[in-house]
Design a protein around this ligand. Structure first.
Ligand SMILES: Cc1cc2nc3c(=O)[nH]c(=O)nc-3n(C[C@H](O)[C@H](O)[C@H](O)COP(=O)(O)OP(=O)(O)OC[C@H]3O[C@@H](n4cnc5c(N)ncnc54)[C@H](O)[C@@H]3O)c2cc1C
Ligand code: SF4
Length: 333
């Protein structure tokens, strides 16, 4: 393991100033913030991440869950995943978020993991995590062995010829369906980024995963006011019942009035290179009777542009069934 300098910045200004000295906020960053460390330290042990400086942000005042004036919720960057999932307001008004977090990792990991760290967790692609292998995301221009190699767990939506890695987060799928906003403070001031714009598609630059620039500190995430009367479900399908990443997952926030769908927000996990909001599925649902045939049509629409790889064509049908079943659960639950 390489050596690094461990720093506890006194406040946000000092943290941002120190991180702004990094050449990049993306793969290869030489300065990294430390949340729970369950992604960063893991990757440092593997030499996939080799920052010269690690800035511990756990003592910054970013650990609160608070109501906002517009009836929404403000979630601090260092709020632990366990605390967020078990927060009474989240369980009552944003249950899809609670369900998604509790479906991820293990109790011990959730006790450590933070909101901001979860937003920035890295792919589990085995080539990315093995420095003996080539990988465009880790070392741009070296190639993507996953395309002709082991790709059973990798993405079918949003892929490029340069990278087909899945975004592994459960939490982010729920945040996509809830239309969350990520708030960032950097050396040029603060900005609010809709969750749908926060993660980037791999395209020709898979090493660039988010819109973050050097020095950018995620301070909090906001959720809009809850939609009264909405039904919320997170359904995760995986190889084993716990401690496993999604092969396919679906987050649905749906409102049904008089038997018809009047509002739908749908996002998929385990199948996209980023947390995958599906406007196609939403459009197929709204205005239609809430029944199994229409849920299937919405699922077909969600996967219409999917591109399977050599080992993961099964995800196409799995994701469709996952979404259709999540919608059915929302109706019956
Ligand atoms: C065995 C195992 C199983 C897992 N299973 C699942 C699963 O089923 N589902 C799932 O969703 N996840 C799973 N995870 C991943 C886990 O959810 C993430 O590791 C965790 O959420 C990361 O949060 P953290 O606070 O520990 O991040 P850290 O490791 O501290 O940080 C991650 C990245 O975020 C950056 N960062 C952190 N905070 C900020 C900030 N405020 N501003 C800017 N940058 C920041 C860090 O610099 C780093 O690059 C699993 C992890 C492990 C090890
Ligand atoms: S899929 Fe992406 S992360 Fe995996 S080997 Fe290819 S470039 Fe690397």
């Amino acid at each position: 393991m390489h050596t690094f300098e461990f720093i506890r910045p006194a406040d946000q200004t000092a943290a941002i100033a120190a991180a702004a000295q990094s050449k990049t906020a993306q793969q290869g960053a030489d300065v990294r913030f430390l949340g729970g460390g369950t992604t960063l330290i893991d990757l440092m042990k593997l030499n996939v991440e080799t920052p010269a400086r690690v800035l511990d942000i756990n003592r910054l005042p970013l650990d609160k869950v608070e109501s906002t004036r517009d009836g929404g919720l403000k979630i601090g960057a260092t709020v632990r995943n366990s605390d967020l999932a078990n927060h009474s307001t989240v369980q009552r008004d944003y249950s899809v978020l609670s369900q998604a977090i509790l479906n991820g990792a293990s109790a011990q990991l959730r006790n450590m993991a933070t909101t901001s760290g979860n937003l920035l967790q890295r792919t589990r692609c085995m080539y990315f995590r093995d420095t003996a292998m080539s990988c465009n995301k880790r070392e741009p221009g070296t190639g993507c062995p996953a395309i002709t190699g082991s790709n059973r767990t990798l993405a079918v939506l949003g892929t490029s010829e340069h990278c087909i890695a899945t975004n592994p987060s459960d939490m982010c799928v729920a945040l996509a369906a809830l239309e969350a906003t990520v708030h960032v403070l950097g050396s040029k001031g603060s900005r609010a980024v809709p969750i749908g714009d926060f993660h980037l598609l791999p395209g020709g630059t898979p090493q660039r995963e988010t819109v973050l620039e050097p020095g950018d500190l995620i301070t909090h995430v906001t959720l809009p006011a809850p939609v009264k009367g909405s039904k919320q479900v997170y359904l995760k399908l995986r190889d084993r019942a716990s401690y496993e990443f999604a092969l396919a997952s679906a987050a649905v926030v749906i409102t049904i009035t008089g038997g018809n769908v009047t509002r739908a927000r749908v996002a998929l996990g385990g199948v996209g290179t980023k947390p995958w909001r599906s406007p196609e599925a939403e459009a197929a649902l709204v205005g239609q009777p809430a029944n199994a045939a229409n849920f299937r049509k919405a699922a077909e629409a969600a996967l219409r542009n999917a591109k399977p790889q050599s080992q993961n064509a099964f995800k196409m049908e799995l994701a469709k069934r996952c979404l259709a079943h999540a919608l059915q659960m929302a109706v019956t639950g």
